[in-house]
Design a protein around this ligand. Structure first.
Ligand code: PLP
Length: 221
């Protein structure tokens, strides 16, 4: 089995290759290393190898490992990529630098309140449920533009981009294309899409960041 650091290098190379194939600038795609379920000791070598951008899907789990790592390593950028409950908005604003899962009015309001209180401005993405899956978080694609506008106008939140998780059993291409189209229509230029199985495809559709977990850290238990 290869180490996380070896896997990280391989994923970086594959991202570079996908950027070239898509005719995109080298370094235009950011790699978010998804460290959910892996503990601080498993993450540490990846930090020591110089990587700084990580994703976690649970606020509570992240609170258990990242404050210590943030003390030990400077320049860490932590992304929340899992569903957010409004009663966790306070902790999320305190810990995360990017929150990718804004998907309803109640969360937008709770984040706005906490950002004012803490004088912190994490960067924000709206999650879109491109497959309209009932069990999945994210806003209906048809309501995305109106929701982004309400985030701005009603809650004073600057939304930076859109995020999606395509249905597992489907070809992800059309979902990436839809997210890209919605971003264009909404005047947003950041797209968080693509995971271990499909990040190269996502880069072809314009992803500006990819969220890669198991291809770096190995299979999750
Ligand atoms: C776990 C997770 C990932 C990473 O998935 P892999 O298939 O392990 O790369 C990406 N995005 C979200 C939202 C996740 O929850």
């Amino acid at each position: 089995m290869k180490s996380a650091v070896e896997n990280l290098q391989a994923v970086r190379l594959a991202i570079g290759q996908a950027e070239r194939e898509a005719g995109r600038k080298a370094g235009s795609v950011e790699l978010v290393a998804v460290s959910k379920t892996f503990d601080a000791e498993e993450i540490r070598p990846v930090l020591e190898a110089g990587h700084r951008v990580f994703g976690e899907n649970r606020v509570q789990e992240a609170q258990g490992k990242w404050p210590g790592l943030k003390e030990a390593f400077s320049g860490i950028e932590l992304h929340l990529i899992g569903p957010l409950q409004s009663n966790k908005a306070k902790e999320a604003v305190a810990l995360f630098d990017v929150i990718e899962t804004v998907d309803r009015e109640k969360i937008a309001a709770a984040l706005a309140t906490e950002m004012r209180k803490q004088a912190k401005t994490p960067r924000l993405y709206v999650q879109v449920n491109t497959g309209l899956e009932p069990q999945k978080a994210g806003i209906d694609p048809r309501e995305t533009a109106a929701f982004v506008a309400r985030c701005r106008e009603v809650h004073g939140l600057a939304i930076e981009g859109l995020m999606c998780i395509p249905p597992v059993e489907e070809n992800p291409g059309p979902h990436f294309a839809l997210l890209s189209k919605l971003a264009r229509e909404t005047g947003l230029d950041k797209l968080s899409m693509g995971m271990s199985g499909d990040y190269e495809t996502a880069i072809g559709f314009g992803a500006t960041s990819v969220r890669v977990g198991s291809a770096i850290f190995g299979q999750r238990a």
